[in-house]
Structure formats: C-alpha cells, structure tokens
Design a binder for this molecule. Structure first.
Ligand code: ASP
Length: 336
C-alpha cells in the first residue's frame, strides 16, 4: 500500500479551516480493520504527502520505479492518492509500465478517513481485496492499472473525475466497469485485460512535458492560437475540439496549426464531449483539421491523451512513428 496523500489522509487545520494532508501513521491509526485482513500488507509513504493538485510527472516516475523495484515481492499494489489528479496518475502508470500483469489500484476518498461518514474505508478495504484477488489458478483477476471508487472498479486510463461533490466521483464514459462491489464482488471478466504469464513489466521512465491543451471555443482569439503554435520548445498540442472532433475552418486558425505540424509538432484531437469518439471524416469541420495534419485521438480521455503524448514525445523516434504510437491502442486506453 503506497500513500501519496489526498483527502483520504487529510485533517482540518483548526486555524485556517482548510484540509491539509497528514502523515501515514495518522491514516493507519484510523483503519484498525487492516489487521483483520488475511493478507500481508506492507506500506510505503511519499515524503511529503501532498494534495494531488501538486502532482508533477516526477511523482509518476517515482511511483513507477517503486512498483518495478518491488514487483516480484508483492501480488498487488494499492496507491492512496488524491482524487483531483488520480485519473492522470492512473493513465500515466498504465503507459509507463507496459507488460504489467499484477493489479495496481488507485483509490482515495471524498471525505477524510477520520470523519464519521468517510468513504475512505470502503474504498481502501475493497481495493486491497481486489488487489489480492486471484482466480482458481492463482493468477491475479485484475492484472492492470485501475481506479477503485464508490463500489466501482474502472480501467485507470479510461477514468475521469467528474464530481467534486458526490462519493461517486469518477466515470469511465467509453469503457465498461471492470468490477462492481456489493455483497459480493462482481468482476466483468470480458472487460479486464487478460493475464499473461509471459508478460513482465518494463519501465518507460522518460516523459516529455512540452505539451499544451488548446481548447477551441466560439471567440478563441486567433492571435493566441498563433502565439501558442509559435513557441519554439512546444512539441505537442492536445486540441480539445467540439463533438466528433470538429473545429473552426478559418485560415487564421488552421494556418498556425499547419505550420506547427510542418516543423515537426504533433497535434492530437480529443473531443470536449466525454462520451463518443473523434472521427474527423464525418464533417467538413473535422476533415479540414485532418487535412492540416491533426491526428485523431478517438475516445481517449484528456488524461490519457496527455500522458500518452508525454511518453510518445520522449521516444527516440520520428514524428511519424510517434503519431502511429499515439493512434494505436497499447493497453486498452482507446477503441481500436
Ligand atoms: N484536493 C484533494 C486531492 O486531490 C481532493 C481529494 O483527494 O479528493 O488531493
């Protein structure tokens, strides 16, 4: 069990009234139930523990390294993490650990574990149970990176935080649940990546962050699009478009995008809609983007698009190969 921070382990600072992360011993003291498990649970904590809004890719690198180092010592890994950026971390880990065949489950809570109505206990206890679950042959049931929250297990790189209020904080708009818990845990075996004894993970550590999200909206000033595309160090743009991947067709918008691509930049098209997918061959407003050299991200979440692009841009390959990598499903993150 790896603790990075987040609301699950926070307490309210009486002087400011604000929630602040507290160390791991505080959190462990709140969960005596852990001793009732018929499991050996070792714990690791990050120092300092943080609100996940502070997360940087260096934490993903440390997490991935920690999992690689301990991979053969444990049957599964549960990461306690703030909800704000949990979907980014889950997506990043899924791409950084290709070949993974053990459960890595991220969970957290909307209310701190010390509060009476906390959702943290159920989330943590069920995550541990799922991380340790094996089939008749003794193989892990969920050998992939997932997110567990409020009775639901989601594929990590398909997940997105959608509620800042309800316990039901996450959604996976384009992929079915991996499991649902009630009296029993119901696994959706057809949706879970198959266990393969031949697989063992490799670490893809490098991440290139020269990326920006550019969201189209009615009134987006063209000079800003040009300014962004002119940034010499910028290598990737995630273009958040309308509907099925559509955007403005005026030259003042498209020309800077085209120039950016001509100088080796990559523009990945994801939709502002959470459900459905980008298909730039449906409308003229999508086709023009495709003709300018923009590539389609199909049904990638924004979190998966960003982290996959960080990885793609760090590869020592040609722009064409990077584009191919971005458009090919590698660990169930997009529709094939
Ligand atoms: N701000 C918190 C965090 O992401 C929210 C949470 O954990 O629910 O760390």
């Amino acid at each position: 069990m790896i603790y990075t921070g987040g609301t699950i382990g926070m307490v309210r600072d009486l002087s400011t009234g604000l929630l602040k992360p507290l160390d791991f011993s505080h959190l462990l003291n709140q969960i005596p139930e852990l001793h009732q498990f018929d499991l050996i649970i070792d714990t690791r904590t990050f120092e300092p523990v943080i609100d996940s809004s502070e997360i940087q890719p260096s934490l993903w690198q440390s997490l991935a390294e920690m999992i690689m180092k301990e991979y053969h010592n444990y049957d599964g890994f549960v990461i306690l993490h703030g909800t704000d950026t949990m979907a980014y971390t889950a997506s990043a880990l899924s791409f950084m650990l290709p070949g993974l065949s053990k459960p890595v489950i991220l969970t957290g809570s909307q209310l701190p574990i010390g509060t009476l109505r906390t959702d943290g206990k159920e989330n943590l206890i069920s995550s541990l149970e799922i991380a340790a679950a094996t089939d008749k042959e003794g193989h892990p049931i969920v050998p992939e990176v997932s997110v567990y929250f409020e009775y639901k297990l989601f594929r990590g790189n398909r997940t997105t935080k959608y509620s800042a209020e309800t316990f039901n904080a996450f959604q996976s708009p384009n992929y079915p649940l991996l499991a649902e818990t009630g009296v029993h845990i119901h696994y959706n075996h057809a949706a879970i990546l198959k266990y393969d004894p031949q697989r063992s993970p490799r670490l893809r550590r490098k991440l290139n962050t020269n990326i920006i999200f550019l969201k189209v909206f009615p009134g987006l000033p063209d000079y800003l699009t040009a300014l962004i595309c002119d940034q010499p160090d910028l290598e990737g743009i995630i273009l958040e478009t309308y509907g099925a991947g559509n955007g403005p067709t005026r030259r003042a918008f498209l020309d800077p995008l085209r120039k950016f691509i001509e100088r080796g930049g990559i523009i990945l098209n994801v939709s502002q809609c959470s459900a459905g997918m980008v298909d730039m061959e449906q409308y003229e407003t999508g086709k023009k983007l495709q003709e300018a050299g923009v590539i389609g991200g199909r049904d990638l979440t924004k979190e998966a698009a960003l982290t996959k692009m960080m990885l793609a841009l760090s590869m020592d390959t040609s722009p064409e190969e990077k584009k191919m990598f971005l458009q090919t499903p590698i660990c169930g993150e997009m529709h094939s």
